[in-house]
Design a binder for this molecule. Structure first.
Ligand code: AMP
Ligand code: MG
Length: 403
């Protein structure tokens, strides 16, 4: 009889005894959603590939505007306009400007853009600038988002919508991912009937099969239904062996405690090696873990609440281990690394990275100018600054949600 283990010991055991499955396949972006990236993706290009304006307005030389104001505008010659989706060969001399739309190319010579709201068109080929500009203002520079060699996404990341966006931005339209795990689901018990039948005396509907299949799908694995098996050790052993042959992991539910008819433990021991029988949690104590090679054989308690709890707490991390998937529980509490300004009057959503420093989670905001999708993809989560709040001092505790 194996001793009952604490939950954290079980997670350690999982890491120690199982390793990521090496198989990968290359899929196109639509199929990559919800899959685990098998290798880090590095950019081979600059994004953006040219200096861009983040505002509708005029590109100009910042120093031509120093000291200007509403009362004494800087008056600049209008050299023409940049069109969306086109480059520009205009060279802008001093005391001149060019109209640029949001996202338009910044012409050579200019070092900032001013919003149209802070200008006045005099209609005679000159533009008045009403506010001094700083170099770099309202620009995204070539390579600000990514540059060749920069890691866009780390291996092990579960690819979600923002990651698909980042991959599209760098032109990676096919990526190596882990194959979806095929997980066998077997329910055992003489009393069980399929959920679409009416129970007779002493019978109960099989809850675990549909529930565990749904949990596996929600997680991103492919459940394989092996049906309901009666409490017959020989039949169960044959089914479990066939399941282990076909699938990456096997989940049995029911028959996991020490009753006369509770065969799961013996069967798992015979098919492979028993690693664990009993976890110190309530509900979910009679949980079994074994393996044949790198394939987990899991015995869950029959009681549906216990089966769900143990599956959520231990089976999903186990599957994540097999996929090399990096996982984090959300929401989590973390402290901000630096002080943050907020836009008063609007709720501010701050994408952030999370790291553990001396056992505390630290949230570092991802500084993102408009449109830098890979920075969002590199984030671990986000926290909110309320619209009534003007900012947060460094070290403020925030709640970080999963992106
Ligand atoms: P066991 O782990 O086989 O001793 O079952 C414990 C309790 O869970 C018993 O009341 C079973 O009837 C019930 N049970 C076992 N498997 C299932 C299942 N698949 N769906 C619903 N209830 C189940
Ligand atoms: Mg039973």
């Amino acid at each position: 009889m194996l001793e009952v283990k604490a939950p954290e010991e079980v997670l350690r055991l999982i890491r120690k005894e199982f390793r990521p499955i090496g198989r990968t396949e290359t899929v196109s972006l639509p199929e990559a959603q919800g899959r685990v990236l098998a290798e880090a993706v590095k950019a081979e290009e600059y994004v953006p590939d040219f200096d861009r304006s983040t505002v509708d307005g005029y590109a100009l030389h910042a120093r031509d505007t120093f000291g200007c104001s509403d009362a004494v505008p800087a008056v600049l010659n209008l050299m023409g306009e940049v069109r969306m989706g086109e480059g520009t060969s205009i060279r802008v001399p001093r005391d001149s400007c060019v109209y640029v739309p949001t996202g338009g190319t910044i012409p050579k010579g200019c070092d900032c853009a001013v919003m149209i709201e802070y200008t006045e068109n005099y209609g005679d080929g000159t533009i008045g600038i009403l506010k001094p500009c700083a170099p770099g203002m309202n620009l995204v520079f070539r390579g600000d988002d990514v540059f060749p060699g920069k890691t866009v996404l780390e291996a092990g990341r579960l690819l979600e919508a923002q990651d698909i966006g980042a991959l599209a931005a760098v032109g990676k339209t096919a990526v190596p991912v882990r194959p979806r795990l095929r997980v066998a689901v077997i329910s055992t018990g003489d009393e069980l009937i399929p959920a679409d039948r009416k129970p007779g005396p002493g019978q109960v509907r099989d809850v675990n099969t549909p529930m565990l299949k749904a949990l596996l799908k929600e997680y991103g694995a492919e459940p394989v239904d092996f049906g309901i098996i009666e409490d017959d050790e020989k039949t169960l052993r044959e089914k479990a062996a066939a399941a282990a042959e076909k699938c990456d992991a096997v989940i049995l539910s029911g028959g996991s405690s020490a009753g006369v008819k509770d065969a799961a433990c013996r069967i798992i021991g015979e098919l492979g090696e028993l690693l664990l029988h009993g976890i110190a949690i309530k509900p979910g104590k009679p949980t079994i873990l074994g393996r044949t090679g790198n394939k987990p054989l899991i015995g869950l308690p029959g009681h549906p609440v216990a089966a769900f709890t143990a599956a959520k707490l231990f089976v999903l991390p186990l599957l994540a281990r097999l996929e090399g998937r990096t996982m984090q529980d959300y929401p989590v509490r973390a402290k901000t690394r630096e002080s943050m300004n907020a836009d008063h009057g609007r709720m501010q959503v701050n994408a952030c990275r999370l790291e553990s420093v001396d056992g505390h989670l630290i949230a570092t905001p991802v500084r993102s100018k408009s449109g830098l999708i890979t920075q969002l993809a590199g984030a671990d989560g986000y926290f909110l600054i309320d619209r009534d709040c003007e900012g947060l001092p460094a070290g403020t505790e925030v709640e970080v949600y999963r992106l």
